[in-house]
Design a protein around this ligand. Sequence first.
Ligand SMILES: *[C@@H]1O[C@H](CO)[C@@H](O)[C@H](O)[C@H]1NC(C)=O
Ligand SMILES: *[C@@H]1O[C@H](CO)[C@@H](O)[C@H](O)[C@H]1NC(C)=O
Ligand SMILES: *[C@@H]1O[C@H](CO)[C@@H](O)[C@H](O)[C@H]1NC(C)=O
Length: 427
Amino acid sequence: VPLILFFIFIFFYLQNNEYITKPSTVYPYRTRTEKENNGPMIKVAHHKAYVIGSYVEHRLISKTIQTVAIVFRSEEVQYYCLLCCDGRNISAAASLDIHSDHFGYDYGTADITCQVPTTCKTPAFVAITSQIHEGNGSLWNIQSFQPVGNQQPRTENFPYAFTVCISVMYDYMNVLGLVQAMEMFKLLGVQKVTIYKTSCYPETQKVLDYYVRQGFVDIIPWTVSSYIKVARGWKKSDSPGELHYFGQIAALNDCVHRYMYESQYVALQDLDELILPLKEDNWTTLIPHLEAIYQHRAGFEFENNIFPISIPSDWRPEDTPDLWKNVMGVNVLPHVYSLPNDPNKFNNFKVIVNPRLVFKTTVHGLLDSRGGTVRVDPKISHMYHIKEFSTQGYSETSLIRDRRLWDFANKLIPAVSKVLRQALNIH
Ligand SMILES: *[C@@H]1O[C@H](CO)[C@@H](O)[C@H](O)[C@H]1NC(C)=O
Ligand SMILES: *[C@@H]1O[C@H](CO)[C@@H](O)[C@H](O)[C@H]1NC(C)=O
Ligand SMILES: *[C@@H]1O[C@H](CO)[C@@H](O)[C@H](O)[C@H]1NC(C)=O
């Protein structure tokens, strides 16, 4: 018996130790559905490199395959694509391009690009390797093939007008905020929301399941934190780790490629951000208006405005449905005071882009595109970023009252209540 107790002790000691030394792999609220188990992350054998998604690149002179990856930046590797073409295996040398926005972290987003040989009509699957493969393919034992997306380019008749890319969801428990964001997106004309999800609270998962059943939400399992020690911020000195903010930049780049021919426009933003037009009713009319006045098509920057949730407003508590009071999370509607932006300073922004003109994206704007982005006059449209934020240093009189969100309340309130009833079965 003492021996057994000793082993039990050792077992729990090791478990605990594991917990302490690898905090990034521990997610108390991790929930996954069956379908999600095979995430898009595939490790490249023998190297510190992870493949996320592969897509045909139709926009260059010759047809190539571009793979969005996360690589250890100092590791110099000659990669190869092993293409599965019309039932044959073909190996092709790849070039590696590490994106410049790695913020000094050891890992960074990269494009691994291969030319498609003229003998290959349909490169249906690809595996990224560090060895050239020739001759008898059946002995290679490569298990990392993944399907190649974007086989057929499209220039019109996109299934969706607007897709919102949400990178990255982790430990997410703002259930009311999530439903409000989804229903606001719908009012704005969005037809698809894609969430790169690491972990969330069980109630959040119920809401996600509801929207997935509806076909409104796609979940991309984001398992990067099981392989790489991700940082929880963007500044290396404050947020230790091996990769910038949960791998957000790789997720955004994957999203732009994934919806390139599915969606006319893609919005790269977070769940606590709303891009609202001030005069138009929705994005469907806003974007053509912007294209006309700016004579521009690649993408638009919407200036960030912070609405701290600590600032009280004249929202009447009786205007909040009783039903919402039993739901976790922040009601965005009362928060109508924003901090002033200094017009002489750089003000942050998020973008709505035509994905077919984008080669590389980053969190705030594009790294490589045809035409770049233009800043939208905040009087036409700007971003409402409703979050916890310190108001220290701001006088009460400098706050800006902006109640544009309330123009959507009549439609938003019943829509949110309906989802809460149906998804969470509360009454
Ligand atoms: C491929 O390898 C298998 C198993 O070793 C062998 O039977 C076959 O003849 C080889 N084919 C070619 C084309 O080399
Ligand atoms: C291609 O490579 C895969 C993985 O090694 C192998 O399973 C398959 O049999 C190969 N196909 C051909 C036609 O050689
Ligand atoms: C967007 O607003 C226009 C009118 O301004 C309306 O005709 C259209 O139906 C709205 N689209 C959506 C998706 O709500």
